[in-house]
Design a protein around this ligand. Sequence first.
Ligand SMILES: NC(=O)c1ccc[n+]([C@@H]2O[C@H](COP(=O)([O-])OP(=O)(O)OC[C@H]3O[C@@H](n4cnc5c(N)ncnc54)[C@H](OP(=O)(O)O)[C@@H]3O)[C@@H](O)[C@H]2O)c1
Length: 321
Amino acid sequence: MKAIICNDFAPLDQLVYGDVPDAQAKGDQVVIRIEAAGVNYPDGLLVQGLYQMRPDHPFVPGMEAAGVVESIGPDVKRLKVGDRVATICSLGGYAEKVAASEKLVIPIGDMDAAEACALLVAFGTSHHALKQRAQLKPGETLVVLGAAGATGVAAIQIGKIMGARVIAVASSDEKRAIALENGADEAIGYDNLKDQLKEMTGGKGVDVVYDVVGGAAFDACSRSMARNGRLLIIGFAGGEIPKFPVNLALVKEFSLVGVFWGNFTRFEPEVYADNMRELLGWHKAGQVRPMIEGRYPLAQAAEVLTRVLGRGAVGKIVLIP
Ligand SMILES: NC(=O)c1ccc[n+]([C@@H]2O[C@H](COP(=O)([O-])OP(=O)(O)OC[C@H]3O[C@@H](n4cnc5c(N)ncnc54)[C@H](OP(=O)(O)O)[C@@H]3O)[C@@H](O)[C@H]2O)c1
């Protein structure tokens, strides 16, 4: 089968579109014929050796995919050939087929495969961050950094469902327009972020910050927190892991809250399943609408990842084998 192969931790243009042995269903696994593979920012870090996980080579990247069950292992209980499903698979998604344990597979019925991918890492991360980690409450102020990105768009939509006032932060007029289209109440740029947030909250400060950017934006937000606020640490797309003067947390009585969705799905599978049920329900009711920026041929994975890591992507992108 065709796949994207990472032969070494190297720049993105070293990824190879080539042939690997067909995925096989062992034990409780199903083989999914992939209709769409989700592109995620960490995929681009992983293949360059810049992510916390460092798999042995060669490997096929791709942590989420959706499609049709083509074959099932001997221990599969729930699924059958022909079911349409989505999965988080850690690796192997950038391919024509992937084998996944049925425990990690969610039935999607007739849902669009690209939207199903978006509901996994992007919406899954934002949902977990705002629900379990921040415990966001109606009426609170939520600031979303990188608001037009894949997880940012999801954070805006989920923040609105949870009843927050959502202030989106994004770097261009086009990205701010996308944030507003996705439900943000206000959209601002990064310049003078601390002063802007102070003014917009009448001096009270921000209750919850969703930070995928880090660097100077984190610094500004850490000085703009309300008492009992929660500053969510999601990622460092800006490239700089910030340093934090802990006296700020003391003086302002706010919390820094780490978010690691992948570990959440492994350590709390029942809560993860509840979250996915809620997300799928919101999707069915039309309350969440994943924004699919583009569907590109699998062979273009390197170009697409270059754009994602270069700040050039909005919403969710998928690869089509
Ligand atoms: N902790 C977790 O469980 C978890 C789960 C999923 C993703 N993540 C992390 O969250 C981050 C965002 O993921 P995503 O899927 O939302 O990515 P994305 O779609 O690429 O969006 C990232 C956003 O970050 C902003 N950004 C600021 N400086 C940037 C730079 N130098 N390069 C690229 N983007 C920059 C961009 O918006 P502006 O141009 O408007 O600033 C961009 O829209 C990544 O670091 C990813 O690894 C963490």
